[in-house]
Design a protein around this ligand. Structure first.
Ligand SMILES: O=C(O)CCC(=O)C(=O)O
Ligand SMILES: [Fe+2]
Length: 382
C-alpha cells in the first residue's frame, strides 16, 4: 500500500485516492517507493497478511498433480485483514508445470474459435495462426536492431467461453464457444480447495501485458452470479496489483502478483475495485518460471493434463515472458439453473475511469485512433 501518510493526505485533499495511488505506482520518474508493497511470497511478513487454511479434503494429491499443482497441504494461502473472501495462493504449481500453462496462453488459447483484440481490425485468416506467424522472429535472440512487432507481441487480450463483449460490457448466450477443458479442470481444483466445489469455468479473459502496460480501475460485475469466485492466475513478469474497496474513492492496498500466483476474489471481495498500475521484473530478477524452465517435476504421472513443453516452444515462451506478463481470469457467469435475460443485462464490468484503459499502452492508443467511429472509449481494451 502507499504509505498511510500518503493515503491520508490524498483523502484530506478530497481527491480520488485510488486514482492518485494508481498514478503513483505507474510513475516512471522518479519511480515509486516499492518497500510498502505486500509480497505474499514472503509469507505473513506484514500484520495485514493472514495465513488461510484450505479445504484439504476436496482435492486429492493425484487430482492436483493432474493439472500441475502441488498437494493442497503444501499450498501457501493468505488472506488480507479487512478483505474477507480475498485470497492469494503463492505459486502452488509443481516445478516445471507453469511452462505448460504459459504455452497454452501463448500458443493454444489465442487460436480460433477464441477471440482476441487482433480480430477487431484484422481478418480471421490473418489472426488464424498468431503463434506460427510470430515463431520465426521470437525463436532467435533479439538482434539489437528495431524489428517489427510480431502478432504475439501485439496480442492484448483473448476471451474464452462466453466471450466478453467490450462494447456492451456483457456476456450473451449466443456468443459462446467451448471453454478449454484443461483450464476448466485447473479452475475446478483450485476453487474446490478454496471452498467452492462445483465451480463452472464459463468465461475467461486473458490479459497480455508488456512492460509498459497497465490495467485501469474497474470492478468485474458482468457475471450474473456474484456468489461464485473469480480466479486469477499470473505468469511471467510480476505485477503491482491494487485492491480497493466497494467505493471507487476507497484507497487501495498494493501487493505483488508473481508468476504462478493464484488470486481468488470471492464473497465480500468479489466486487471490489482493483487495477494493475505497473508491471515489474520479479524481485531477484528471475521468475520461478525462468528458474524452472520446462522440465516437469517427477511427481507428474502419465495421466496428466499438463504435458511436457518442447524445447523449441519453450524458447519462444521464455523469450516472450522475459518482458511480458500473462494474466488469466476465470469466471462463472451463471448460477446453477440460471439463464441469460432476454434483453442484455445492465450488470456489467464497470470501468470507473474513462481515462484509464484496461491496457493503457501506446499500441492501444494508436489502435484506438485508427478505430474512429467506434464506441470504444479510453476505458476499453482493444
Ligand atoms: O491482471 C490482473 O492481475 C488483473 C486482471 C483483471 O482484473 C481482469 O481481467 O479483470
Ligand atoms: Fe478485474
Amino acid at each position: 500500500m502507499a504509505s498511510p501518510k500518503m493515503a491520508a493526505s490524498i483523502v484530506e485533499s478530497g481527491e480520488d485516492a485510488f486514482r492518485k495511488i494508481f498514478k503513483y505506482y505507474k510513475r516512471r520518474d522518479p519511480p515509486p517507493d516499492f518497500s510498502a508493497i505486500i509480497d505474499f511470497s514472503r509469507g505473513a511478513h506484514n500484520e495485514r497478511v493472514v495465513p488461510v487454511k484450505l479445504n484439504l479434503a476436496n482435492v486429492t494429491d493425484e487430482e492436483a498433480a493432474r493439472v500441475g499443482l502441488q498437494p493442497v497441504r503444501d499450498w501457501r494461502a493468505f488472506g488480507l485483514q479487512g478483505y474477507p473472501g480475498f485470497l492469494v495462493i503463492s505459486n502452488p504449481f509443481l516445478s516445471g508445470s507453469q511452462s505448460f500453462w504459459v504455452r497454452q496462453c501463448l500458443k493454444t488459447y489465442p487460436q480460433k474459435p477464441n477471440i482476441c483484440n487482433l480480430d477487431m481490425h484484422m481478418s480471421p485468416s490473418d489472426t488464424q495462426d498468431i503463434w506460427g506467424k510470430s515463431l520465426q522472429s521470437l525463436s532467435h535472440p533479439p538482434s539489437g536492431r528495431k524489428e517489427p512487432k510480431t502478432l504475439l507481441e501485439k496480442l492484448r487480450w483473448v476471451t474464452l467461453g462466453y466471450h466478453y463483449n467490450w462494447e456492451t460490457k456483457t456476456y450473451s448466450a449466443n456468443h459462446h464457444t467451448a471453454f478449454p477443458a484443461d483450464l476448466h479442470l485447473l479452475s475446478l481444483k483450485i476453487s474446490a480447495a478454496c471452498g467452492f466445489p462445483g465451480f463452472q469455468a464459463e468465461a475467461g479473459i486473458l490479459n497480455y501485458y508488456r512492460s509498459d502496460s497497465s490495467l485501469g480501475i474497474h470492478v468485474d460485475e458482468s457475471e450474473l452470479d456474484h456468489s461464485r469466485p473469480l480466479l486469477s492466475l499470473s505468469f511471467g513478469q510480476s505485477a503491482i496489483f491494487l485492491l480497493g474497496g466497494t467505493q471507487r474513492q476507497d484507497p487501495p492496498v498494493a501487493m505483488y502478483m508473481h508468476s504462478g500466483d493464484v488470486m481468488v476474489m470471492s464473497g465480500h471481495s468479489r466486487l471490489l475495485y482493483h487495477a494493475v498500475p505497473r508491471i515489474v521484473p520479479p524481485p531477484g530478477g528471475q521468475s520461478m518460471l525462468d528458474k524452472e524452465g520446462c522440465s516437469l517435476s517427477p511427481s507428474l504421472h502419465n495421466n496428466t493434463v499438463v504435458e511436457q513443453v518442447s524445447e523449441p516452444d519453450w524458447t519462444v515462451c521464455s523469450r516472450y515472458i522475459q518482458s511480458s506478463r500473462v494474466n488469466v481470469t476465470v469466471r462463472q457467469v451463471l448460477g446453477p439453473g440460471q439463464c441469460f435475460p432476454d434483453s442484455p443485462s445492465l450488470s456489467k464490468r464497470t470501468n470507473v475511469e474513462e481515462t484509464d484503459s484496461y491496457h493503457d499502452t501506446p499500441d492501444r492508443e494508436d489502435m484506438k485512433r485508427k478505430r474512429s467511429g467506434s464506441t470504444h472509449s479510453d476505458s476499453e481494451q482493444t
